[in-house]
Design a protein. Structure first.
Length: 107
């Protein structure tokens, strides 16, 4: 059965240990019988190939990502041209956009 990180968080420690027992790569979950839930969750998620996706709300993430791709091209051009002022400006814009996305992430 395919699990999500949200499904795993809702399970008890005994249920998580049962899932860990069934993992093919036992080296990835070595010592699972001695782990508490906080330690077992990330180990089990990694062994199952699960990673957590965060939702972004309140902004237009695709538009921001498009702008960031354009800015990366400008950054590369500024590096090639040895234009320090342009490079600094573009890096600051990239930083601001990245922080804007991170500020709107809902776990």
């Amino acid at each position: 059965m395919a699990y999500t990180i949200h499904d795993l968080k809702g399970k008890t420690i005994q249920e998580l240990r049962e899932i860990a027992k069934g993992v093919e790569n036992q080296d990835a979950v070595a010592g699972f019988t001695q782990m508490n839930k906080d330690h077992l969750l990330p180990v089990l998620a990694k062994a199952l190939g699960i990673h957590e996706h965060h939702d972004v709300t309140g902004i237009d993430k695709p538009a921001i990502k498009t702008k960031m791709r354009e800015l990366r091209q400008q950054r590369d051009a500024a590096i090639e041209a040895h234009d320090a002022d342009k490079l600094r400006s573009v890096r600051r814009q990239l930083h601001r956009l990245n922080r804007q996305i991170r500020a709107h992430v809902t776990p």
